[in-house]
Ligand binder design. Structure first.
Ligand SMILES: Cc1ncc(COP(=O)(O)O)c(C=O)c1O
Length: 317
C-alpha cells in the first residue's frame, strides 16, 4: 500500500538534516572601517549546498499533491548542485532521478549524483565553458526525456515550490541577527534563493534590508542584456532569471569572476571557510558593499555550497 507523506518522511529522517545552517561573521578579510559581513553557511546542508532546501521543497510538495510517488522518475537539467540535491532527496524518497548535465561543470558533481544512484546524461561543452547555447541544449534534452519517459519535471527554473524552499533560509537569518541587517545580497542563477530568502526575511520581520543581486562580469545579462561564457557554476544563466523580481532590488552589480575565485582562496586560507565559486563572487560583492557602508552596519550573503565540490577545478588547483 502507498505510504502517506508523513509515513514517508518519518522513515526518511536524513531529510531533517536540511536547513538550520549556521551564520558566520567574517573576522579577518573585512576592513575594520567597513560594515560587518555575515555569511549564511549553506555548505552545512547534507550535500553541501542550499539546493537541498529547494529539492526537498519541490519533491515533497509534489508528493503531497499526489503528482509523484515512490518509484516514479524525476528529470532536471542541472549544473550539478541542484542535481546532487535532487539525487539525494530522490534517493531518500525512493524516486528515480535522471540529470541532464554537462562536462562544463565539476566532475565531482556528476560523481555525487551517481553515488546517489541517479542516471547522468552529459551534454558536451566542447571546451567553451558555460554558454547560453549549452544551457538551451540541456533544457531541450530534459524536455524530450520528460515527454518520452512520462517523467516528472522538477522544473527548478519554473516551479513556485523552488522559491518557497528558500524562505526558511531568510527566516533563519532574521532570527540569528535579531532582524538587524542592512543589505542582503547574492549572485543569481534562477533567482530562487535570493527571492525566497527575501520573502523569508520579510515574513520574519526583517523588512528594512535592501536586496542587491550580483552576476559575473563575464556574463552581464542582468545589467546589459547580453550573457557570455564564464566559469561561475550555478549563476549567470544568460537569460532572464525566472524568479528574479527586479523591482525589489536596490542594485545589480557585476563582479569579475577572477576576483570571486581569488576570494574563494582567501576565504579558505584566512577565514577557514571552504566554499565554491558563487560564494567567492558573493563575498567579493558583499565586501565591496561593506566598504561603502558604515562600521556597525551589516551585509549578509550566502555561502551557497562547499569547496569540496570544486577540488578538481581551476579554483583550488
Ligand atoms: C553553486 C550555486 N550557487 C548559486 C546558485 C544560484 O542560485 P539560484 O538558482 O537560486 O539563483 C546556484 C544555482 O544553481 C548554484 O548551483
Amino acid at each position: 500500500m502507498q505510504k502517506t507523506l508523513g509515513e514517508l518522511k518519518a522513515s526518511k529522517a536524513v531529510l531533517n538534516l536540511i536547513g538550520n545552517t549556521s551564520i558566520i561573521k567574517l573576522g579577518n578579510i573585512v576592513p575594520a572601517s567597513a560594515a560587518e559581513v555575515w555569511l549564511k553557511f549553506e555548505a552545512g546542508n547534507p550535500t553541501g549546498s542550499y539546493k537541498d532546501r529547494m529539492a526537498m521543497s519541490i519533491l515533497q510538495r509534489a508528493i503531497e499533491r499526489n503528482e509523484l510517488a515512490p518509484g516514479d522518475t524525476v528529470v532536471e537539467y542541472t549544473g550539478g548542485s541542484t542535481g546532487s540535491s535532487l539525487a539525494f532527496v530522490s534517493a531518500a524518497f525512493g524516486l528515480k532521478f535522471i540529470a541532464v548535465f554537462s562536462d562544463a561543470f565539476s566532475q565531482s558533481k556528476q560523481q555525487t549524483m551517481e553515488a546517489f544512484g541517479s542516471e547522468v546524461i552529459v551534454e558536451k561543452s566542447h571546451g567553451k565553458g558555460i554558454t547560453p547555447e549549452l544551457i538551451k541544449r540541456m533544457k531541450d534534452r530534459a524536455s524530450d526525456l520528460c515527454e518520452n519517459l512520462d517523467a516528472y519535471y522538477a522544473d527548478q527554473f519554473g516551479s513556485p515550490d523552488a522559491t518557497l524552499g528558500y524562505e526558511a533560509m531568510g527566516q533563519e537569518i532574521a532570527k540569528a541577527l535579531d532582524c538587524k541587517l542592512d543589505i542582503f545580497c547574492a549572485s543569481v542563477g534562477t533567482g530562487g534563493a535570493i527571492m525566497g530568502a527575501r520573502q523569508g526575511l520579510i515574513k520574519a520581520g526583517a523588512t528594512a534590508a535592501k536586496v542587491v543581486a550580483f552576476e559575473p562580469a563575464q556574463s552581464p545579462f542582468l545589467t546589459t542584456g547580453k550573457g557570455g561564457a564564464h566559469k561561475v557554476e550555478g549563476v549567470g544563466v544568460g537569460f532572464e532569471p525566472p524568479f528574479l523580481d527586479r523591482t525589489v532590488l536596490s542594485d545589480i552589480r557585476t563582479i569579475d569572476q577572477d576576483l570571486g575565485f581569488a576570494m574563494c582562496r582567501r576565504l579558505a586560507r584566512e577565514e577557514g571557510i571552504f566554499c565554491g565559486a558563487s560564494t567567492g563572487l558573493n563575498v567579493a560583492g558583499a565586501i565591496d558593499l561593506a566598504k561603502e557602508m558604515d562600521a556597525g552596519q551589516r551585509v549578509v550573503t550566502l555561502a551557497c555550497d562547499s569547496g569540496l565540490k570544486y577540488l578538481g577545478s581551476h579554483i583550488y588547483t
